[in-house]
Write a protein of this length. Structure first.
Length: 467
């Protein structure tokens, strides 16, 4: 018996155990059965018994076979706009990488700001922040665009693990890129794959999260984090090389090698500005985020910047589409059957004697640090977001603030470990940072981030009248 078979058996046994446990009288059989299937699905994802898309499709199939949900209900998630928004955003991200526009943006920032190591770090941060709104995959953005640039810069200054010169500059740039990319992801609805799922789940609790109000709410605390993190890392994890005049020359050479902006780059840039404008102002003319993304995609297809054939060959986009729709359907089922509300009421009763803000922060910290046990941000959101936000709301937390706070945490907690989000194993695998350093810096940065978001973010949200 191979490892995959053992993992699958474990997942099915866990599901069967929940299925056969007596459930409270006010919970229907269908609700309890769906909880068992959902738990097994999450276990398959966590244990990597099956790829995420295959695991979620397996879960949907079992909901139909057991008559827990009808076929229409099980596949209702694909009627939702959220999976389509993410699918199209992946396609647009492919355009940034294919045309070379993402790399050009990075090298232009470096050519202007790369004289000193700290300024070079801020150039990388600005690049990531610029690309974040239209590249929803952390793996694509940080692993596909930023990491090759960071590695090239480190090697250009003779900083490599093979030569035992990681700390010369490479280690610092790797950690800045990693710690800041999760902040950029937390600042836009379309900057990380799970954010639209947060939007959908939040809507079930009465929280109207839009692209605009998410970006506005995150703008001040997120920007402060992006200012603080490179400087703080420069002090506590300093590079040996403080001056980097060669970075400017390297960036200018790369830009010279790339030549003038190509036709496709120019069109990609126009499309980027157009889509971003629709995401910000589209609600005033009745155009929602998914529709805006589709308009942008059609523009790129009409101008031949992208072709349908190449879009069909982007497995990460289609895989994300599959598991997104499945998780939405199961989460909606749990909510429809009343299980989420029951759990919220049950847990809230345990905190009934504490002020709502104490209970809310307690739930948020539990949600944040339990990510040590997750290797997938989406699995974490799917398993715990709705129950813990429901608890917070039942304690008296404003629904919008609670839903958005947990959504932002769903990005930042990826910085804790070397497996907590998509780019983590890529950057860690480069060998520039030891495991002890990675976890130690991750925990320290988590305290810094939480402090900024709670205190500065709290004041900003109060000014915006979100709380």
């Amino acid at each position: 018996m191979n490892k995959q078979s053992i993992k699958l058996i474990i997942c099915f046994v866990i599901g069967a155990a929940i299925w056969n446990v007596s459930h409270p009288e006010n919970i229907s059989n269908n609700a309890w059965q769906l909880l068992a299937i959902f738990t097994s699905t999450i276990c398959m994802i966590l244990l990597q018994a099956l790829p995420m898309g295959a695991a979620t499709l397996t879960g949907l199939t079992f909901t139909i076979l057991t008559k827990t949900m009808t076929f229409d209900a099980a596949f209702s998630g694909y009627k939702n706009a959220v999976p389509w928004l993410i699918l199209v955003a992946f396609f647009i991200a492919h355009g940034f990488i294919k045309t070379g526009l993402g790399a050009r943006v990075a090298y232009n920032f470096i050519a202007v700001m790369g004289k000193r190591t700290l300024r070079l770090a801020y150039a990388l941060v600005l690049t990531d922040l610029t690309l974040a709104p239209v590249i929803p995959s952390l793996t694509a953005r940080t692993g596909g665009v930023m990491f090759p640039i960071v590695k090239s810069l480190a090697e250009a200054f003779g900083s490599t693990p093979e030569k035992n010169t990681s700390r010369k500059i490479g280690s610092y740039l790797i950690m800045v890129s990693f710690q800041c990319t999760v902040i950029s992801a937390s600042m836009f609805l379309t900057a990380m794959a799970a954010n639209p799922l947060v939007q959908k789940l939040g809507a079930d609790l009465g929280a109207n999260i839009t692209w605009g109000n998410w970006a506005l709410a995150a703008s001040v605390p997120g920007s402060l984090c992006l200012l603080v993190i490179p400087f703080l890392l420069f002090k506590i994890y300093p590079p040996e090389l403080k001056e980097t005049p060669g970075a400017i020359d390297m960036a200018k050479k790369k830009l010279a090698d790339m030549g003038p902006m190509s036709r496709d780059e120019k069109i990609m840039g126009i499309g980027f500005i157009f889509i971003l404008s629709l995401w910000i102002f589209g609600k005033h003319v009745g155009i929602k985020a998914a529709t805006a993304a589709l308009i942008g995609l059609c523009f790129l297809l009409f101008t031949s910047v992208l072709t349908w054939g190449e879009l069909l060959r982007i497995p990460s986009a289609w895989d994300t589409f599959i598991w997104f729709g499945a998780l939405i359907a199961m989460a909606e089922g749990l909510n429809k059957f009343g299980l989420t509300q029951w759990f919220g009421n049950f847990a809230a009763a345990k905190f009934s004697d504490v002020p709502w803000h104490v209970g809310f922060i307690s739930m948020l910290l539990i949600y944040f640090y339990i990510h040590y046990f997750f290797a997938s941000s989406v699995a974490h959101v799917g398993a715990l977001y709705l129950p813990l936000v429901t608890v917070s709301v039942n304690l008296g937390a404003p629904p919008f603030a609670a839903a958005l706070a947990f959504g932002i945490a769903s990005n930042i907690y990826g910085s804790l470990t070397h497996y907590g989000c998509g780019p983590a194993p890529i950057l860690y695998g480069a060998g520039y940072v030891t495991l002890k350093e990675w976890w130690g810096i991750g925990f320290l940065m988590s305290i810094v981030n939480i402090t900024i978001w709670i205190f500065v973010g709290g004041m900003w949200w109060r000014f915006l009248q979100y709380i």
